[in-house]
Every structure is written in structure tokens, then in C-alpha cells.
Design a protein around this ligand. Structure first.
Ligand code: NAD
Ligand code: APR
Length: 263
């Protein structure tokens, strides 16, 4: 393995409490496009068409989002080696948790038990109320699996509504202009403040407040490692940058922990 992968093995072996912070790049090897790489979502769609306010105002945006959600799940994406390597670290008692920007649920499907989804999840839908404004849904609390909405549409209900209050329903993901889930953000900040190694994987670190987490880890004295196949905005903040594919790098780094302690 490369010197930087060997360094990552050494840092993982020496850490007491690792937290992983992941972005779309950890799921591309599962066939899910990320946002800003060539072919990524925002190279094909205009993010301004996917804001929370547009979703609330325009039934066509809602229909388009449901169609993309259907396409998203039609990929039947499965966890990849990178997700699996994080599960191994958790099973070995080294990884305290995963903070993810992803909505695909692949960390949980791989077996990760402590996952904080700061951008929500596509696996659920929630009621966002009759007149949600300023990104603050005032839903009645109704939630259902994402399949519920697709079944409504298949049954001819073009613009599914909340069965309890008649309000709008939306994928439980956080779109631009939508408030972040405060509880998840608080729990993520607490995990990052308590870790001694933050392992950032597959994020361009361009979207805040998520991208503030590596800086918060450093402020609390943690080491920061960034694994990414392209330079990120915060490489200068990291103690170690490993340039490469997440699946290959994490698999080799975790495998190297044993040999390292022997060495
Ligand atoms: P959104 O409403 O801001 O719009 C994004 C649109 O792109 C949605 O219609 C969504 O269905 C679609 N989309 C998102 N990721 C897609 C993918 N990988 N393949 C095909 N279509 C995709 O928000 P959204 O639906 O909530 O999606 C944005 C969220 O998706 C972000 O919060 C981001 O964290 C997440 N994301 C996750 C992954 C992943 O889980 N692997 C990959 C990219 C983006
Ligand atoms: N291995 C390593 N790095 C990868 C891989 C891979 N297999 N695939 C992609 N990458 C890298 C890309 O080079 C890119 O720098 O992962 C990064 C993914 O960055 P983005 O596409 O910007 O995704 P992300 O950082 O998760 O986006 C953050 O932006 O649109 C919003 O809410 C959305 O959560 C999303 C947020």
C-alpha cells in the first residue's frame, strides 16, 4: 500500500475514537452519481430547480422530484467496499459513528449502527404541512416509507398529500433552502467534538454547515484525514490527505492496521 495509506493505518491504529464524515463520493462505487464530479447531479440538473421553495410552490417540481426518486431507487444500489471498511472499524470498536451527508441509507444497509444523517434520508417521506415557508416545514408528523408516495402516484394520485392533514409531503431529504435537522446536526457536532480522529471520505467539502465539521474537529484537538479522489476545499486543514478511490483506500488502510501493530 502507498505511504499515505500506511500512514492512515498507523493513525487508525493509534486513535481511540474515530468518527467518519462521508459525502456522495463514498457511494459512487455503488453506482450512485455524486454531485460535482463529471456526470454528477449538478452537472446535469440546475440545483436552483431543486430548492425547498420551488418544491412547495410548483407541482411540476414535485412530480420531477418523485420521478428522480423512483430512478434513484431503481438503481438498487448496494453498499460497496468503502461502506464495509467503516463497518469493520465499528465492529473492531475503533469507530464511534458515521456522520453522513448522503441520503441513500447505504451505511445502515452495510451494517453501520451509529449513523447520523445530517441531510436526511430518501428512504422516508414526511409531511411538510399546508404552507411551509422559509425552509421550515410545519408538518403534522406523518411519515411513511418512500414507496408510499410512489404507490400513490402509481394509483393515479399525481400530487400525493398527507393522509392526516392534507398538507404537502416530501422526501425526508434536506434540499437547498430547507432547514437542517437540528437534532442530527447537534448530535453530529457532539460526535465530532469528542473524536480524536475525523476520517473524511468522498466529500468536496463545499456545502455548509456540513463542511464546518472538519474545522470543528481540529478545534477540539482531533486529527483530520481526508480521503478523496480529487482535491477538496479543505485539504489544507487535514493532517493527512489520501488521494484515491474510497473503496480501495479504506480497505487497504483497515487491513493494514493489524500488520502495523505487528511491525
Ligand atoms: P434535492 O431536492 O436538493 O434535489 C436533488 C435531486 O436530485 C432530487 O430530485 C433527488 O432525487 C436527485 N438526486 C439526489 N441524489 C441523486 C442520485 N444519487 N441519483 C439520482 N438522483 C439523485 O434533494 P434530494 O433529493 O434530497 O437530493 C439531494 C441530497 O442528495 C443531498 O442532501 C445529498 O446529501 C444527497 N446525495 C446523496 C447521495 C448518496 O446518498 N449517495 C449522492 C448525491 C446526493
Ligand atoms: N472515491 C473517492 N472520492 C470520490 C469518489 C470515490 N469513489 N467518487 C467521488 N469522489 C469525490 C469527488 O471527487 C468529489 O470531490 O467525492 C466528492 C463528492 O463531492 P460532491 O459531489 O460535492 O458531494 P458532497 O460533498 O456529498 O456534496 C455535499 O452538496 O448538493 C449538496 O446536499 C448535497 O449533500 C450534498 C452536498
Amino acid at each position: 500500500p502507498s505511504p499515505s495509506v500506511q500512514s492512515l493505518s498507523r493513525m487508525l491504529a493509534g486513535a481511540e475514537r474515530v468518527v467518519a464524515f462521508t459525502g456522495a463520493g463514498i457511494s459512487t462505487e455503488s453506482g450512485i452519481p455524486d454531485f460535482r464530479s463529471p456526470g454528477g447531479i449538478w452537472t446535469r440538473y440546475d440545483p436552483r430547480d431543486f430548492t425547498f421553495d420551488r418544491y412547495v410552490a410548483d407541482p411540476e417540481v414535485r412530480a420531477n422530484s418523485w420521478a428522480m426518486r423512483r430512478a434513484f431507487f431503481a438503481t438498487h444500489a448496494r453498499p460497496n467496499a468503502a461502506h464495509q471498511a467503516l463497518v469493520e472499524l465499528e465492529v473492531a470498536g475503533r469507530l464511534a459513528g458515521v456522520v453522513t451527508q448522503n441520503i441513500d441509507g447505504l451505511h445502515q444497509e452495510a451494517g453501520s449502527r451509529h449513523v447520523i444523517e445530517i441531510h436526511g434520508t430518501a428512504r422516508e417521506i414526511t409531511c411538510i404541512g399546508a404552507l411551509p415557508v422559509d425552509g421550515a416545514p410545519d408538518g403534522c408528523g406523518f411519515t411513511a416509507p418512500h414507496t408510499w408516495a410512489l404507490e400513490q402516484i402509481d394509483a393515479g394520485v399525481e400530487d400525493p398529500r398527507c393522509p392526516d392533514c392534507g398538507g404537502l409531503v416530501k422526501s425526508a431529504t434536506i434540499s437547498f433552502g430547507q432547514q437542517m435537522p437540528l437534532d442530527a446536526v447537534r448530535r453530529a457536532q457532539a460526535e465530532v467534538a469528542a473524536c480524536d480522529l475525523l476520517l473524511v471520505v468522498g466529500s468536496s467539502l463545499q456545502v455548509y454547515p456540513a463542511a464546518a465539521l472538519p474545522g470543528e474537529a481540529r478545534q477540539h484537538g482531533a486529527q483530520v484525514v481526508i480521503v478523496n479522489d480529487e482535491p477538496t476545499d479543505l485539504d489544507g486543514l487535514a493532517h493527512l490527505v489520501v488521494r484515491g478511490r474510497a473503496g480501495e483506500v479504506l480497505t487497504a488502510a483497515v487491513a493494514g492496521i493489524g500488520s502495523d501493530t505487528l511491525g
